[in-house]
Design a protein around this ligand. Structure first.
Ligand code: NAD
Length: 262
């Protein structure tokens, strides 16, 4: 199946689809002929997006394992086999004290872990065995450049996005031979409700959610694992790997500059 280009009649489910990057992924899938299922904590928002695409929308909290299993089972039974799962929902909770990297409370850590990591895990635990049995399927996880680099101003975001990328790598390594395609979408700044004013992610330019969705489908079509809508991220990741001390010192200077500007 040429996932990036032709999705005619295929079922594509996207989480966090009520707005932002998830909505753009749903619209891009619809434009490629997919039968779109929009999922979001915001049920009416998901339904509204789906209605515009002739698809279906449901309320879902991706951090709720039982709810994820129930909705995926229902989609498979009522709509059809899920060909592509856009595991996109995520949350960014900033450190309450920007000067203190340990200021996020335990509830913030738990919420970030539940959505940004377990959201992928709960879905994969249902879909990967199904896809193995039928010889294929694709999992597109929205991570972030923060999963390769860091997130100045949010310890839970940086840590959970690194964990999400590690999980997606694990899936890709383990199940490529089963015909399961895995991709990690890692943008920097994207013009959505999530993007704050003082974000290092904005420094290389803010992309529209639509441009990020096009990059995602181009990346799928090209068979890539790592999809980087901002090309600068590849160079940053390389520098971090080649000289971690130099990279950390540069990030510390960037953080100081951002605190001074704030
Ligand atoms: N905006 C950026 O600059 C940026 C950059 C890199 C990565 N990302 C990632 O892109 C993804 C989408 O972010 P966005 O910018 O579109 O944000 P957004 O806040 O505009 O949209 C996120 C959507 O996810 C939904 N959502 C949140 N928690 C959920 C849950 N538990 N279950 C189901 N739905 C839930 C929200 O209701 C919302 O509709 C996230 O994973 C985010 O981390 C965003």
């Amino acid at each position: 199946m040429e996932l990036g280009r032709d999705l005619a009649g295929r079922v594509v489910a996207v989480t966090g689809a009520a707005r932002g990057i998830g909505r753009a992924l749903a619209v891009a899938a619809g434009a490629r002929g997919a039968r779109v299922v929009a999922l979001d904590r915001d049920g009416p928002g998901a339904e509204a997006v789906a209605a515009g695409l002739g698809g279906r929308g449901f309320a879902l909290d991706v951090g709720d394992a039982a709810a994820v299993a129930a909705i995926l089972t229902r989609i498979e039974a009522e709509i059809g086999p899920i060909a592509l799962y856009g595991s996109n929902a995520g949350i960014l909770e900033r450190d309450p004290d920007p000067e203190l990297a340990t200021s996020a409370d335990l509830d913030s850590w738990a919420r970030s872990w539940s959505v940004n990591v377990m959201g992928h895990v709960h879905a994969a635990r249902v879909l990967v065995p199904l896809w193995r049995a039928r010889g294929g399927g694709a999992f597109l996880g929205t991570v972030s450049a923060a999963g390769l680099l860091s997130q100045i101003g949010s310890a839970p975001y940086g840590a959970t996005k690194h964990a999400a990328l590690a999980f997606l790598e694990h899936l890709a390594i383990a199940h490529a031979a089963d015909g399961i395609r895995v991709a990690a979408l890692c943008p920097q700044g994207v013009d959505t409700a999530m993007l704050g004013a003082a974000s290092a992610a904005s420094r290389d330019g803010v992309l529209s959610p639509e441009a990020v969705a096009e990059a995602a489908f181009d990346g799928l079509a090209a068979g890539r694992f790592l999809i980087l809508p901002h090309p600068q991220v590849a160079a940053y990741a390389r520098r971090r790997a080649e000289d971690p001390e130099r990279w950390l010192a540069g990030m510390a200077r960037l953080r100081q500059a951002m605190l001074a500007e704030a």
